[in-house]
Write a protein that binds this ligand. Structure first.
Ligand SMILES: C[S@@+](CC[C@H](N)C(=O)[O-])C[C@H]1O[C@@H](n2cnc3c(N)ncnc32)[C@H](O)[C@@H]1O
Length: 231
């Protein structure tokens, strides 16, 4: 029989409850009063980082949108080519708990190579607040996908206007990758819409077995053309 969950940290914010709970060894994150993620299977959060980094020749600067439980960020930090990671997280209590080491999963992320910022990643992508780009790789995992939002205000992030702004914060040859817990053909079309000459949007489907079901998670990406004469 499953044990009752233990609440490790919780706070009410204007947009809803933020909480960390552990049940049967599984850590769960609640944001805006809704389930955001748990640690049952974090392989695709890690793949978001490793797949993007694999496709870039020299990913020195990386932006991660959505701290969550830190799995994507930790995978980025394991790549010795990465010099600096900016992590942008909307839920201030979560950043505070990460800094305070409330749970092992989030402890010790911040340091000389990694800065945690409390901000809306949409503002960062439009250049209206710090941290400032350009970045070689931008990773977005702020919802369960464009059709399953954790934060209702994020809907515009997946529209062509926002994606075009995200393209502007990429260094030449830079890569934007979006994680989704479902196939998202409209997102792929929007990425294709903002692609410049010689640039292509891509979908990678990630089959996942969860709660007795076979699911298709996916990564959506877009690579900005390299500078003329560059690689
Ligand atoms: C599913 S979790 C990210 C999981 C993360 N990839 C990991 O490896 O643990 C989504 C995170 O994005 C944050 N978030 C949601 N909307 C955001 C926004 N507009 N700007 C920044 N962070 C946001 C949530 O508070 C939550 O911490």
């Amino acid at each position: 029989m499953s044990e009752p969950p233990v609440t490790l940290a919780r706070e009410d914010t204007p947009s809803g409850e933020v909480a960390l709970r552990r049940r049967d060894g599984v850590l769960e994150l609640v944001v805006d009063g809704a389930f955001a993620m748990d640690t049952v299977d974090t392989s695709t959060e890690v793949l978001l980082a490793t797949e993007a980094l694999r496709r870039h020749r020299a990913p020195a600067r990386v932006l991660v949108g959505g701290l969550g439980l830190g799995f994507t960020t930790r995978a980025v930090l394991e790549d010795p080519r990465v010099r600096h990671v900016d992590v942008v997280e909307l839920a201030e209590p979560l950043v505070r708990w990460a800094r305070g080491g409330v749970v092992d999963e989030l402890a010790g992320l911040e340091g000389p190579c990694c800065a945690l910022h409390v901000a809306d990643v949409a503002d960062v992508l439009r250049g209206s607040g710090p941290p400032n780009g350009p970045w070689d790789v931008v990773l977005l995992d702020v919802d369960n996908g464009p059709d399953f939002l954790v934060h209702a205000g994020n809907a515009a992030l997946y529209e062509a206007d926002s994606l075009a702004r995200a393209r502007e914060v990429l260094a030449p040859g830079g890569l934007l990758v979006v994680w989704s817990s479902h196939r998202a053909p409209r997102l792929l079309a929007a990425l294709q819409e903002v692609a410049g000459p010689g640039e292509a949007a891509r979908e990678v489907v990630l089959p996942v077995h969860r709660d007795g079901r076979d699911l298709d998670y996916a990564l959506y990406s877009f690579a900005r053309a390299p500078a003329a004469g560059g690689g």
